[in-house]
Design a protein around this ligand. Structure first.
Ligand code: 2HG
Ligand code: ZN
Length: 464
């Protein structure tokens, strides 16, 4: 734990009342949405200005105190968990939109701006911030940048990385850097902006970000299609991609639908039950587009890839269809799931999934296994639910023992052990399945350049 005398010194660097040490705050701000590690920070500090962030980082360097950045705390890899007496730096008080430029279509955000706040701001300006996911109501821009958040529209718009025009960061040494100056074209050597995106706060803190906006999509329309097996999903994807520019292509299993219907507040998409469902979305800009989607649906039925389906006819129906997919993670959190967030290139998905399925059936015969994810971009969320009778530790231990097989398969297919949730502490011991030893050495050297004293979110991405 950090010396209480040092915490008193920390209090002089920020406004009165902006350092908390009560048990309730420590428990709340010391964790994210994972349940693997018990939170145990020494204090929470709430800076209001860039200068205060710099002062905190300099103080931490002087006294060798570890800092953990904290945004909306919706992370799923324990990258923002403080389990070892660290000081948590919360960006809750740096949550303003500072500027908007209609010509450049950019918004300058403080790191604590909530994703939905940016989405709403864009909408009010007649524009669109396209990175979207179920936790958009709580997650913050700084955290999204830290994990390079993805979500449900990646197939069309890419990850958070694509939407950061420029950033101001405070490095682990306390220096303030302005990265890329919001330029579209800038060929002046290393793009440090991209290095900080996905760095999980291990190099420094994002203290300001200029985010790009896009034109608003027109008449978004969703279809949910029931398929007789997993193998039918990819031909469905290709059939629709041949005809339409998709804004989303998701999938989930019937077990996921069971859990969603169990809530009682989401209507079933149609009466027929199918082993798997695809949820796709496109812009029905013209009637021909919608007709094309229906014709493709019929083609898929004739080919035997689709059993039944529905197309949204209103905004309400669109929202209801999305709930079938978006509510899964929150709904199943009740069962303390063990999460996998793995990806391969789209062409490898069928073979990869067959291999993973064999491992899962063999090793988890008694566990409930849920398949869902962003299948259109090769990202699978494999969730294993904890049986009531098993303790959390026993359960996570059993799952960890199966990881070797899962991650060896990821490696075999040249995939990623973490597609969009980050490495944090939950995936750190498996990094070598996705990154070579030489690459990890270079990554550590980069960290040492920005954070020579190792105070920035230590133990995340790699062990200390
Ligand atoms: C999603 O796609 C989120 O719903 C959460 O990334 C995934 O719960 C999960 O494993
Ligand atoms: Zn996801």
């Amino acid at each position: 734990m950090t010396d209480p005398v040092l915490i008193e010194e920390l209090k002089t660097l920020v406004e009165p009342g902006k350092v908390l040490t009560d048990a309730e705050s420590l428990a709340a701000y010391g964790k994210d949405w994972t349940k693997h590690f018990a939170p145990a920070p020494s204090a929470i500090v709430f800076p209001k200005t860039v200068e205060q962030v710099q002062a905190i980082v300099r103080w931490a360097n002087t006294h060798k105190v570890a800092l953990v950045p904290s945004g909306g705390r919706t992370g799923l890899s324990a990258a923002a968990v403080a389990a070892n007496g660290e000081v948590v730096v919360s960006f809750d008080n740096m949550n303003q939109i500072l500027d908007f430029n209609a010509t450049d279509r950019t918004v300058v955000c403080q790191p604590g701006v909530v994703t939905a706040q940016l989405q709403q701001f864009a909408e009010d300006k007649g524009l669109y911030y396209p990175v979207d996911f179920a936790s958009a109501g709580s997650s913050q821009i700084g955290g999204n940048i830290g994990t390079n958040a993805g979500g449900i529209k990646v197939i069309r718009y890419g990850m958070t990385r694509n939407w950061v025009a420029g950033m101001k960061v405070v490095t682990g040494k306390g220096d303030l850097l302005e990265l890329n100056k919001d330029l579209i074209k800038n060929a002046t050597g290393y793009d440090l902006r991209q290095l900080f995106i996905g760095a999980e706060g291990t190099l420094g803190f994002v203290v300001e970000a200029t985010m790009r906006l896009e034109r608003q999509p027109t008449n978004l329309t969703a279809m949910v299609l029931g398929t007789p097996d997993f193998d039918s999903i990819m031909p469905v994807l290709h059939a629709f991609q041949d005809k339409l520019d998709l804004t989303a292509f998701e999938f989930f299993s019937d077990k996921c639908l069971d859990k969603i219907l169990g809530r009682g507040d989401v209507p079933a998409p149609f009466e027929t039950r199918a082993p798997f469902y695809a949820l796709l979305e496109f812009e029905a800009t013209t009637e021909e587009r919608a007709d094309q989607a229906l014709a493709t649906f019929e083609h898929c039925v004739n080919e035997g890839w689709v059993i039944d389906g529905v197309m949204s006819q209103s905004e309400q129906q669109l929202q209801n269809l999305w709930k079938l997919r978006e509510y899964i993670s929150e709904t199943i959190s009740h069962w303390t799931p063990y999460k996998n967030d793995i990806s391969v290139t789209v062409s490898k998905v069928p073979a990869f999934l067959a291999d993973i399925d064999a491992i899962v059936s063999q090793n988890y015969p008694d566990f409930e296994v849920l398949w869902y994810g962003h299948i259109g971009d090769g990202n699978l969320h494999l969730n294993i639910l904890k049986p009531e009778a098993l303790s959390k530790d026993e359960f996570f231990e059993k799952c960890a023992s199966v990881n070797k097989w899962v991650f060896e398969t990821v490696e075999k297919y040249n995939g990623s052990i973490s597609a969009e949730h980050g490495v944090g502490m939950t995936k750190r011991d498996y990094l070598e399945y996705s990154r070579s030893a030489a690459e990890i050495e270079y990554m550590k050297a980069v960290k040492a350049a920005f954070d020579p004293n190792g105070i920035m979110n230590p133990g995340k991405i790699f062990a200390v």
